[in-house]
Write a protein that binds this ligand. Structure first.
Ligand SMILES: *Cc1c(COP(=O)(O)O)cnc(C)c1O
Length: 436
Protein backbone atom coordinates (compact mmCIF):
# COMPACT_ATOMS: atom_id res chain seq x y z
CA UNK A 1 0.00 0.00 0.00
CA UNK A 2 0.98 3.62 -0.23
CA UNK A 3 3.34 5.14 2.27
CA UNK A 4 3.25 8.75 3.29
CA UNK A 5 6.49 9.64 1.48
CA UNK A 6 4.97 8.77 -1.88
CA UNK A 7 4.52 11.54 -4.43
CA UNK A 8 0.93 12.74 -4.74
CA UNK A 9 -0.82 11.75 -7.98
CA UNK A 10 -1.74 15.40 -8.54
CA UNK A 11 2.03 16.00 -8.97
CA UNK A 12 2.54 12.97 -11.22
CA UNK A 13 2.85 10.22 -8.60
CA UNK A 14 1.09 6.85 -8.76
CA UNK A 15 -2.60 7.01 -7.73
CA UNK A 16 -3.45 5.10 -4.54
CA UNK A 17 -6.53 3.56 -6.16
CA UNK A 18 -6.55 2.02 -9.61
CA UNK A 19 -8.08 -0.90 -11.44
CA UNK A 20 -11.43 -2.60 -11.34
CA UNK A 21 -13.66 -2.06 -8.32
CA UNK A 22 -16.05 -4.85 -9.38
CA UNK A 23 -19.39 -4.70 -7.55
CA UNK A 24 -18.04 -2.52 -4.73
CA UNK A 25 -20.47 0.30 -5.60
CA UNK A 26 -23.30 -1.59 -7.34
CA UNK A 27 -26.65 -0.58 -5.82
CA UNK A 28 -29.40 -1.54 -5.40
CA UNK A 29 -28.72 -5.26 -5.58
CA UNK A 30 -31.33 -6.58 -8.02
CA UNK A 31 -31.80 -10.31 -8.43
CA UNK A 32 -34.20 -12.54 -10.36
CA UNK A 33 -36.40 -12.45 -7.26
CA UNK A 34 -37.01 -8.70 -7.78
CA UNK A 35 -37.60 -9.29 -11.50
CA UNK A 36 -40.11 -12.07 -10.90
CA UNK A 37 -42.04 -10.00 -8.38
CA UNK A 38 -42.28 -7.00 -10.74
CA UNK A 39 -43.23 -9.17 -13.72
CA UNK A 40 -46.00 -10.79 -11.71
CA UNK A 41 -47.61 -7.36 -11.18
CA UNK A 42 -47.22 -6.49 -14.87
CA UNK A 43 -48.66 -9.78 -16.13
CA UNK A 44 -51.58 -9.55 -13.74
CA UNK A 45 -52.25 -5.96 -14.85
CA UNK A 46 -52.21 -4.99 -11.17
CA UNK A 47 -50.16 -1.78 -11.40
CA UNK A 48 -53.00 0.37 -10.01
CA UNK A 49 -54.13 -2.16 -7.44
CA UNK A 50 -53.20 -1.89 -3.79
CA UNK A 51 -53.01 -5.50 -2.60
CA UNK A 52 -49.21 -5.72 -2.98
CA UNK A 53 -48.79 -2.18 -1.66
CA UNK A 54 -50.76 -2.94 1.50
CA UNK A 55 -48.62 -5.98 2.12
CA UNK A 56 -45.52 -3.83 1.63
CA UNK A 57 -46.87 -1.23 4.06
CA UNK A 58 -47.53 -3.93 6.65
CA UNK A 59 -44.08 -5.50 6.30
CA UNK A 60 -42.26 -2.18 6.28
CA UNK A 61 -44.03 -0.86 9.38
CA UNK A 62 -43.43 -4.16 11.17
CA UNK A 63 -39.71 -3.88 10.43
CA UNK A 64 -39.49 -0.30 11.73
CA UNK A 65 -41.81 -0.99 14.66
CA UNK A 66 -44.69 1.37 13.84
CA UNK A 67 -48.43 0.69 13.79
CA UNK A 68 -49.57 2.46 10.63
CA UNK A 69 -47.99 2.95 7.21
CA UNK A 70 -48.92 4.43 3.85
CA UNK A 71 -46.90 4.01 0.67
CA UNK A 72 -46.52 7.03 -1.64
CA UNK A 73 -45.40 7.65 -5.22
CA UNK A 74 -42.37 9.52 -3.79
CA UNK A 75 -40.97 10.89 -0.56
CA UNK A 76 -41.89 14.45 -1.48
CA UNK A 77 -45.61 13.62 -1.37
CA UNK A 78 -45.29 11.58 1.83
CA UNK A 79 -43.73 14.63 3.50
CA UNK A 80 -46.35 17.05 2.10
CA UNK A 81 -49.11 14.83 3.49
CA UNK A 82 -47.29 14.55 6.82
CA UNK A 83 -47.11 18.34 7.14
CA UNK A 84 -50.77 18.78 6.30
CA UNK A 85 -51.78 16.02 8.73
CA UNK A 86 -49.74 17.73 11.48
CA UNK A 87 -51.86 20.82 11.02
CA UNK A 88 -49.54 22.93 8.87
CA UNK A 89 -51.65 25.47 7.00
CA UNK A 90 -51.62 28.96 5.54
CA UNK A 91 -49.84 31.43 7.83
CA UNK A 92 -48.03 28.74 9.82
CA UNK A 93 -44.33 28.01 10.20
CA UNK A 94 -42.20 24.88 10.17
CA UNK A 95 -38.61 24.58 11.38
CA UNK A 96 -36.17 22.63 9.19
CA UNK A 97 -32.39 22.33 8.95
CA UNK A 98 -30.95 24.35 6.07
CA UNK A 99 -28.58 21.53 5.16
CA UNK A 100 -30.87 19.02 3.48
CA UNK A 101 -32.49 18.22 0.14
CA UNK A 102 -35.22 20.68 -0.87
CA UNK A 103 -37.93 18.02 -0.46
CA UNK A 104 -37.53 18.04 3.32
CA UNK A 105 -39.55 21.26 3.54
CA UNK A 106 -40.33 23.10 0.28
CA UNK A 107 -43.80 21.50 0.29
CA UNK A 108 -44.64 23.75 3.26
CA UNK A 109 -44.76 26.68 0.84
CA UNK A 110 -47.46 24.87 -1.15
CA UNK A 111 -49.51 24.82 2.07
CA UNK A 112 -49.05 28.57 2.52
CA UNK A 113 -46.59 28.10 5.39
CA UNK A 114 -43.12 29.57 5.88
CA UNK A 115 -39.93 27.65 6.59
CA UNK A 116 -37.79 28.90 9.46
CA UNK A 117 -34.39 27.32 8.83
CA UNK A 118 -32.16 26.13 11.67
CA UNK A 119 -28.43 25.59 11.50
CA UNK A 120 -26.71 22.23 11.73
CA UNK A 121 -24.13 20.86 14.15
CA UNK A 122 -20.70 20.67 12.44
CA UNK A 123 -20.02 17.14 13.73
CA UNK A 124 -23.38 15.47 13.12
CA UNK A 125 -24.45 17.58 10.07
CA UNK A 126 -27.97 17.22 11.53
CA UNK A 127 -30.16 20.00 12.95
CA UNK A 128 -28.46 21.66 15.93
CA UNK A 129 -30.81 21.20 18.92
CA UNK A 130 -29.47 24.48 20.35
CA UNK A 131 -30.78 26.37 17.32
CA UNK A 132 -34.42 25.25 17.54
CA UNK A 133 -36.18 26.64 20.61
CA UNK A 134 -35.69 30.36 19.92
CA UNK A 135 -37.27 29.86 16.48
CA UNK A 136 -40.56 28.55 17.86
CA UNK A 137 -43.36 31.08 17.58
CA UNK A 138 -47.13 31.03 18.09
CA UNK A 139 -47.68 29.68 14.55
CA UNK A 140 -44.95 27.01 14.57
CA UNK A 141 -46.64 23.70 13.81
CA UNK A 142 -43.81 21.27 13.12
CA UNK A 143 -40.09 20.62 13.47
CA UNK A 144 -38.66 18.64 10.58
CA UNK A 145 -35.73 16.43 11.51
CA UNK A 146 -33.43 14.95 8.87
CA UNK A 147 -31.11 12.08 9.78
CA UNK A 148 -28.54 13.49 7.44
CA UNK A 149 -26.67 10.95 5.28
CA UNK A 150 -27.81 8.31 7.76
CA UNK A 151 -26.55 10.03 10.92
CA UNK A 152 -29.19 9.79 13.68
CA UNK A 153 -30.23 13.27 14.79
CA UNK A 154 -30.26 13.89 18.58
CA UNK A 155 -33.89 12.86 19.11
CA UNK A 156 -33.80 13.04 22.94
CA UNK A 157 -33.05 16.78 22.87
CA UNK A 158 -35.35 17.49 19.94
CA UNK A 159 -38.36 15.66 21.39
CA UNK A 160 -37.95 17.42 24.74
CA UNK A 161 -38.13 20.83 23.02
CA UNK A 162 -41.06 19.81 20.84
CA UNK A 163 -43.12 18.38 23.72
CA UNK A 164 -42.45 21.44 25.88
CA UNK A 165 -43.89 23.70 23.17
CA UNK A 166 -46.53 21.29 21.88
CA UNK A 167 -45.06 21.27 18.37
CA UNK A 168 -45.23 18.16 16.15
CA UNK A 169 -42.07 16.42 14.96
CA UNK A 170 -41.78 15.06 11.42
CA UNK A 171 -38.81 12.77 10.87
CA UNK A 172 -37.50 12.80 7.30
CA UNK A 173 -35.92 9.35 7.11
CA UNK A 174 -35.01 9.55 3.40
CA UNK A 175 -31.29 9.12 4.16
CA UNK A 176 -31.58 6.75 7.06
CA UNK A 177 -33.71 3.64 6.51
CA UNK A 178 -32.53 1.24 9.20
CA UNK A 179 -30.50 3.78 11.20
CA UNK A 180 -30.54 3.23 14.97
CA UNK A 181 -30.51 6.01 17.54
CA UNK A 182 -29.46 4.61 20.92
CA UNK A 183 -30.62 1.16 19.89
CA UNK A 184 -33.99 2.19 18.44
CA UNK A 185 -34.85 2.68 14.77
CA UNK A 186 -35.19 6.28 13.57
CA UNK A 187 -38.67 7.15 12.36
CA UNK A 188 -40.15 5.92 15.65
CA UNK A 189 -39.41 9.03 17.73
CA UNK A 190 -41.49 11.81 16.14
CA UNK A 191 -45.22 12.11 15.56
CA UNK A 192 -44.83 10.93 12.00
CA UNK A 193 -42.00 9.77 9.75
CA UNK A 194 -41.80 10.09 5.98
CA UNK A 195 -39.15 8.91 3.60
CA UNK A 196 -38.07 8.47 0.03
CA UNK A 197 -37.27 5.14 -1.61
CA UNK A 198 -36.22 6.55 -4.99
CA UNK A 199 -33.52 4.83 -7.02
CA UNK A 200 -30.58 6.69 -5.48
CA UNK A 201 -31.45 6.14 -1.84
CA UNK A 202 -30.17 3.49 0.51
CA UNK A 203 -33.52 1.67 0.38
CA UNK A 204 -34.10 1.96 -3.38
CA UNK A 205 -37.10 0.62 -5.27
CA UNK A 206 -37.73 3.08 -8.10
CA UNK A 207 -39.88 6.14 -7.35
CA UNK A 208 -41.59 5.60 -4.03
CA UNK A 209 -42.13 6.95 -0.53
CA UNK A 210 -43.48 5.78 2.82
CA UNK A 211 -45.20 7.41 5.76
CA UNK A 212 -45.22 5.87 9.25
CA UNK A 213 -47.10 6.86 12.37
CA UNK A 214 -48.71 5.51 15.52
CA UNK A 215 -51.26 8.33 15.46
CA UNK A 216 -54.61 7.29 13.97
CA UNK A 217 -55.66 10.91 13.34
CA UNK A 218 -52.53 11.62 11.30
CA UNK A 219 -53.04 8.37 9.39
CA UNK A 220 -56.69 9.10 8.55
CA UNK A 221 -55.92 12.68 7.56
CA UNK A 222 -53.29 11.37 5.14
CA UNK A 223 -55.81 8.92 3.68
CA UNK A 224 -58.33 11.72 3.24
CA UNK A 225 -55.69 13.91 1.66
CA UNK A 226 -54.58 11.58 -1.12
CA UNK A 227 -56.04 8.06 -1.05
CA UNK A 228 -59.59 8.63 -2.27
CA UNK A 229 -60.55 4.95 -2.52
CA UNK A 230 -59.17 4.07 0.91
CA UNK A 231 -61.59 6.54 2.49
CA UNK A 232 -64.34 4.02 1.84
CA UNK A 233 -65.48 4.96 -1.66
CA UNK A 234 -66.08 2.31 -4.30
CA UNK A 235 -63.29 2.03 -6.87
CA UNK A 236 -62.81 0.26 -10.15
CA UNK A 237 -59.30 -0.74 -9.10
CA UNK A 238 -59.53 -1.87 -5.52
CA UNK A 239 -61.91 -3.24 -2.95
CA UNK A 240 -63.73 -0.80 -0.69
CA UNK A 241 -61.45 0.00 2.23
CA UNK A 242 -63.15 2.23 4.81
CA UNK A 243 -60.20 3.62 6.74
CA UNK A 244 -61.80 6.99 7.48
CA UNK A 245 -63.63 6.84 10.83
CA UNK A 246 -63.08 10.36 12.18
CA UNK A 247 -66.19 12.57 11.92
CA UNK A 248 -64.35 15.68 10.63
CA UNK A 249 -63.17 13.66 7.60
CA UNK A 250 -66.33 11.71 6.78
CA UNK A 251 -68.04 14.35 4.61
CA UNK A 252 -65.14 14.14 2.15
CA UNK A 253 -65.18 10.38 1.54
CA UNK A 254 -64.57 9.62 -2.13
CA UNK A 255 -62.75 12.81 -3.13
CA UNK A 256 -59.30 13.60 -1.74
CA UNK A 257 -58.96 16.74 0.34
CA UNK A 258 -56.75 19.14 -1.52
CA UNK A 259 -56.99 17.19 -4.76
CA UNK A 260 -53.99 14.90 -4.35
CA UNK A 261 -53.63 11.34 -5.60
CA UNK A 262 -51.10 9.31 -3.70
CA UNK A 263 -51.45 5.69 -4.87
CA UNK A 264 -48.11 4.01 -5.55
CA UNK A 265 -47.45 1.95 -8.68
CA UNK A 266 -47.41 -1.66 -7.45
CA UNK A 267 -44.34 -2.63 -9.47
CA UNK A 268 -42.42 -0.62 -6.86
CA UNK A 269 -44.25 -2.25 -3.96
CA UNK A 270 -43.41 -5.68 -5.36
CA UNK A 271 -39.74 -4.76 -5.55
CA UNK A 272 -40.01 -3.21 -2.09
CA UNK A 273 -41.18 -6.48 -0.54
CA UNK A 274 -38.21 -8.31 -2.01
CA UNK A 275 -35.70 -5.60 -1.11
CA UNK A 276 -37.00 -5.47 2.48
CA UNK A 277 -36.28 -9.19 2.94
CA UNK A 278 -32.56 -8.61 2.34
CA UNK A 279 -32.08 -5.00 3.39
CA UNK A 280 -31.14 -5.58 7.06
CA UNK A 281 -28.35 -7.99 6.14
CA UNK A 282 -27.18 -5.86 3.22
CA UNK A 283 -26.79 -2.74 5.34
CA UNK A 284 -24.82 -4.76 7.88
CA UNK A 285 -22.29 -5.36 5.11
CA UNK A 286 -22.27 -1.63 4.27
CA UNK A 287 -21.81 -0.78 7.93
CA UNK A 288 -18.84 -3.09 8.32
CA UNK A 289 -17.26 -1.74 5.09
CA UNK A 290 -17.73 1.92 6.01
CA UNK A 291 -16.57 1.42 9.60
CA UNK A 292 -13.53 -0.44 8.28
CA UNK A 293 -12.70 2.57 6.08
CA UNK A 294 -12.94 5.02 8.99
CA UNK A 295 -11.11 2.76 11.42
CA UNK A 296 -8.16 2.81 8.99
CA UNK A 297 -8.18 6.62 9.08
CA UNK A 298 -8.47 7.05 12.84
CA UNK A 299 -6.11 9.77 14.01
CA UNK A 300 -5.21 11.12 10.55
CA UNK A 301 -5.08 14.92 10.85
CA UNK A 302 -7.68 17.05 9.07
CA UNK A 303 -10.17 14.30 8.39
CA UNK A 304 -12.72 12.93 10.78
CA UNK A 305 -15.35 10.23 10.55
CA UNK A 306 -18.98 11.29 10.23
CA UNK A 307 -20.50 8.57 12.41
CA UNK A 308 -22.04 8.46 15.89
CA UNK A 309 -19.87 7.67 18.91
CA UNK A 310 -19.25 3.96 19.47
CA UNK A 311 -21.00 2.26 22.38
CA UNK A 312 -24.34 4.09 22.46
CA UNK A 313 -26.11 1.72 20.07
CA UNK A 314 -26.38 4.23 17.23
CA UNK A 315 -25.64 3.40 13.58
CA UNK A 316 -25.52 5.11 10.18
CA UNK A 317 -28.12 2.76 8.64
CA UNK A 318 -27.17 2.33 4.96
CA UNK A 319 -24.67 5.26 5.01
CA UNK A 320 -26.56 7.09 2.23
CA UNK A 321 -24.32 9.51 0.28
CA UNK A 322 -21.61 9.10 2.91
CA UNK A 323 -19.57 12.16 3.95
CA UNK A 324 -16.36 12.83 5.80
CA UNK A 325 -15.69 15.81 8.05
CA UNK A 326 -12.86 18.21 7.23
CA UNK A 327 -10.92 20.33 9.69
CA UNK A 328 -8.60 22.65 7.73
CA UNK A 329 -6.91 23.98 10.88
CA UNK A 330 -5.31 20.57 11.44
CA UNK A 331 -3.73 20.75 7.98
CA UNK A 332 -2.31 24.25 8.17
CA UNK A 333 -5.37 25.80 6.56
CA UNK A 334 -5.36 23.70 3.38
CA UNK A 335 -8.75 24.26 1.74
CA UNK A 336 -11.25 21.41 1.55
CA UNK A 337 -11.59 22.00 -2.20
CA UNK A 338 -7.83 21.58 -2.76
CA UNK A 339 -7.75 18.52 -0.48
CA UNK A 340 -10.58 16.91 -2.47
CA UNK A 341 -8.92 17.73 -5.79
CA UNK A 342 -5.82 15.85 -4.68
CA UNK A 343 -7.85 12.88 -3.41
CA UNK A 344 -9.69 12.67 -6.76
CA UNK A 345 -6.31 12.47 -8.49
CA UNK A 346 -5.55 9.49 -6.24
CA UNK A 347 -8.46 7.69 -7.93
CA UNK A 348 -11.39 8.55 -5.62
CA UNK A 349 -14.06 10.11 -7.86
CA UNK A 350 -16.55 10.58 -5.00
CA UNK A 351 -14.42 13.13 -3.17
CA UNK A 352 -16.04 16.53 -3.76
CA UNK A 353 -16.34 19.29 -1.18
CA UNK A 354 -19.70 20.02 0.49
CA UNK A 355 -23.03 18.22 0.49
CA UNK A 356 -26.40 19.86 -0.33
CA UNK A 357 -26.58 23.63 -0.84
CA UNK A 358 -27.86 25.65 2.13
CA UNK A 359 -31.58 25.96 1.45
CA UNK A 360 -32.19 29.19 3.37
CA UNK A 361 -30.31 31.12 0.69
CA UNK A 362 -32.35 29.75 -2.20
CA UNK A 363 -34.57 32.28 -3.96
CA UNK A 364 -37.66 30.08 -3.54
CA UNK A 365 -37.57 30.92 0.19
CA UNK A 366 -37.21 34.63 -0.51
CA UNK A 367 -39.28 35.80 -3.45
CA UNK A 368 -41.30 32.93 -4.96
CA UNK A 369 -44.98 33.91 -5.21
CA UNK A 370 -46.59 30.49 -5.60
CA UNK A 371 -50.13 31.69 -4.94
CA UNK A 372 -49.81 34.67 -7.34
CA UNK A 373 -50.76 37.17 -4.67
CA UNK A 374 -48.15 39.75 -5.61
CA UNK A 375 -46.25 38.78 -2.42
CA UNK A 376 -43.62 36.16 -1.63
CA UNK A 377 -45.36 33.05 -0.29
CA UNK A 378 -43.01 33.10 2.74
CA UNK A 379 -44.89 36.20 4.01
CA UNK A 380 -48.13 36.18 2.01
CA UNK A 381 -50.38 34.63 4.67
CA UNK A 382 -49.44 36.82 7.61
CA UNK A 383 -46.45 34.81 8.74
CA UNK A 384 -43.60 36.49 10.57
CA UNK A 385 -40.85 37.34 8.10
CA UNK A 386 -38.34 34.61 8.88
CA UNK A 387 -36.38 34.89 5.63
CA UNK A 388 -32.65 34.53 6.22
CA UNK A 389 -29.82 36.06 4.21
CA UNK A 390 -26.14 35.26 3.83
CA UNK A 391 -24.29 34.88 7.12
CA UNK A 392 -27.35 33.86 9.15
CA UNK A 393 -26.59 30.12 9.37
CA UNK A 394 -22.79 29.94 9.39
CA UNK A 395 -22.33 26.18 9.76
CA UNK A 396 -24.70 25.32 6.91
CA UNK A 397 -23.07 28.00 4.77
CA UNK A 398 -19.62 26.57 5.45
CA UNK A 399 -20.52 23.06 4.28
CA UNK A 400 -18.04 23.27 1.39
CA UNK A 401 -15.24 23.83 3.92
CA UNK A 402 -16.19 21.19 6.51
CA UNK A 403 -17.48 18.14 4.60
CA UNK A 404 -16.77 16.10 1.49
CA UNK A 405 -17.93 12.96 -0.28
CA UNK A 406 -16.32 9.61 0.47
CA UNK A 407 -16.77 6.29 -1.34
CA UNK A 408 -20.08 4.63 -0.47
CA UNK A 409 -19.03 0.98 -0.25
CA UNK A 410 -21.70 -1.68 -0.74
CA UNK A 411 -19.39 -4.66 -0.25
CA UNK A 412 -16.88 -5.24 2.52
CA UNK A 413 -13.72 -5.82 0.48
CA UNK A 414 -10.78 -5.24 2.86
CA UNK A 415 -8.15 -4.88 0.13
CA UNK A 416 -10.00 -2.32 -1.98
CA UNK A 417 -11.19 -0.40 1.07
CA UNK A 418 -7.60 -0.18 2.32
CA UNK A 419 -6.57 1.34 -1.03
CA UNK A 420 -9.32 3.98 -0.79
CA UNK A 421 -8.37 4.81 2.79
CA UNK A 422 -4.73 5.06 1.72
CA UNK A 423 -5.69 7.74 -0.81
CA UNK A 424 -7.12 9.97 1.93
CA UNK A 425 -4.23 9.28 4.30
CA UNK A 426 -1.66 10.03 1.60
CA UNK A 427 -3.17 13.42 0.80
CA UNK A 428 -3.61 14.39 4.46
CA UNK A 429 -0.03 13.41 5.28
CA UNK A 430 1.29 15.39 2.31
CA UNK A 431 -0.87 18.44 2.90
CA UNK A 432 2.19 20.71 3.08
CA UNK A 433 3.04 19.92 -0.54
CA UNK A 434 -0.41 21.12 -1.64
CA UNK A 435 -0.04 24.61 -0.21
CA UNK A 436 1.93 27.00 -2.31
C1 LIG B 1 -34.72 12.21 -1.66
C2 LIG B 1 -35.17 13.03 -0.52
C3 LIG B 1 -36.51 13.44 -0.38
C4 LIG B 1 -37.54 13.32 -1.45
O1 LIG B 1 -37.87 12.09 -1.88
P1 LIG B 1 -38.36 11.81 -3.38
O2 LIG B 1 -38.71 10.38 -3.31
O3 LIG B 1 -37.20 12.09 -4.28
O4 LIG B 1 -39.50 12.68 -3.66
C5 LIG B 1 -36.88 14.10 0.79
N1 LIG B 1 -35.98 14.38 1.74
C6 LIG B 1 -34.70 14.06 1.62
C7 LIG B 1 -33.75 14.41 2.73
C8 LIG B 1 -34.23 13.40 0.48
O5 LIG B 1 -32.95 13.12 0.35
Amino acid sequence: MSNSKEKLAIFGGTPAVSGDTGNLFTWPVVTSEDETAVLEVLRRGAMSGNDVTKKFEAEYSKWVGMDLALAYPNGTEALRAAFWACGVGAGDEVICPSMTYWASCTQALSLGAAVNFADIDPDTLCIDPKDIEHRIGPRTKAIIVVHYTGYPAPMDEIMAIARKHNVKVVEDVSHAQGTLYKGRMVGTFGDVAALSMMAGKSFAIGEAGMLLTNDRTIYERCISYGFYERTGAPSRWNEVDAQVTIDELKPFIGVPLGGFKHRLNQTCSAMGLVQLKYYPERIKVIQSAMNRFWDLLEGVPGIKAHRPPAGEGSTMGGWYAARGLYRAEELGGLSCARFCEAVRHEGVGACHPGANFPLHLHEVFHSADIFRQGKPTMIAFGQRDVRQGKGSLPVSESIGDIAYGIPWFKQDNPELIAAFAAAFRKVAENADALKE
